[in-house]
Design a protein around this ligand. Structure first.
Ligand code: HEM
Length: 215
């Protein structure tokens, strides 16, 4: 099992390492920074789908050990989501600003923060992306065993249902940013919809079984 976890970790790090290699060796397109924004965005969504798939897969296969990979996949979704946010800040916001006092100045930080906040308020797909990323912050912060103990299983489980919202908001963000062809966001929407639907039907069948056992 530890070897499998190391393998899963290295595979999950693969897209980031590939991006660094491609950027350093000139293997990205003519707009490398935009490539990095798009790649990190897509990997955020893929890791969200993997995280959402763990529980249905565990129920289907009976392999309880799968649960150990859920935390790793969730943290990688947050990792790629944060890289995505940072590249957006550098590519989309920082690049368009003037810095009369130089880059290393308090006014530069203030102008950058104001530009990001302004954009979040102005462009709906950015509002949606930022909201999606924000829902991942409490999940990442409470992902440790210590935090599970401190919150208690029930409260922790309730809080971590936020990941359903992250998945939906991530798909809407993608849908709203594409200009014409919605086939890729639609495909991710179907995957997220099926994964969330399977949870609903499992919850419903468990409650029916419980009611039948009680009657
Ligand atoms: C859970 C969080 C997020 C997910 C799942 C996500 C997902 C994606 C995806 C799938 C793409 C398109 C990639 C492609 O076309 O190949 C994308 C692009 C983009 N995202 Fe996000 N995103 C998230 C958060 C954010 C945040 C927080 C921001 C900024 C505040 C942001 C800004 C952008 C921008 C600027 C693009 C490129 C748009 C363009 O084509 O010009 N995203 N994102």
């Amino acid at each position: 099992m530890p070897a499998l976890r190391v393998l899963a970790f290295l595979l999950s790090l693969g897209p980031a390492l590939w991006l660094v290699w491609a950027a350093l060796t000139g293997n990205l397109s003519a707009n490398p920074l935009s490539d990095i924004t798009n790649e990190t965005g897509v990997w955020t969504l893929r890791f969200l789908c993997i995280t959402l798939a763990v529980t249905p897969l565990r129920r289907l296969t009976g392999w309880n050990g799968l649960i150990r990979f859920r935390r790793m996949a969730g943290l990688f979704a947050f990792f790629y989501g944060t890289l995505h946010l940072l590249t957006y800040i550098v590519v989309d916001r920082f690049a368009g600003l003037d810095f009369p006092d130089g880059i290393v100045a308090w006014s530069a930080v203030k102008n950058l923060a104001a530009s990001v906040v302004d954009d979040i308020g102005k462009r709906p797909f950015i509002t949606m992306g930022f909201t999606a990323w924000s829902t991942m912050v409490p999940l990442a912060l409470t992902s440790t065993a210590g935090m599970i103990r401190r919150l208690g299983g029930k409260r922790w489980n309730r809080l971590h249902k936020l990941v359903y919202a992250t998945g939906i908001l991530g798909v809407v963000h993608y849908w709203w940013l594409v200009k014409a062809d919605v086939s890729r966001p639609l495909a991710y929407g179907i995957v997220v919809g099926v994964l969330l639907g399977s949870r609903l039907s499992f919850a419903r069948s468990t409650s029916v079984r419980r009611r039948t056992a009680l009657s």
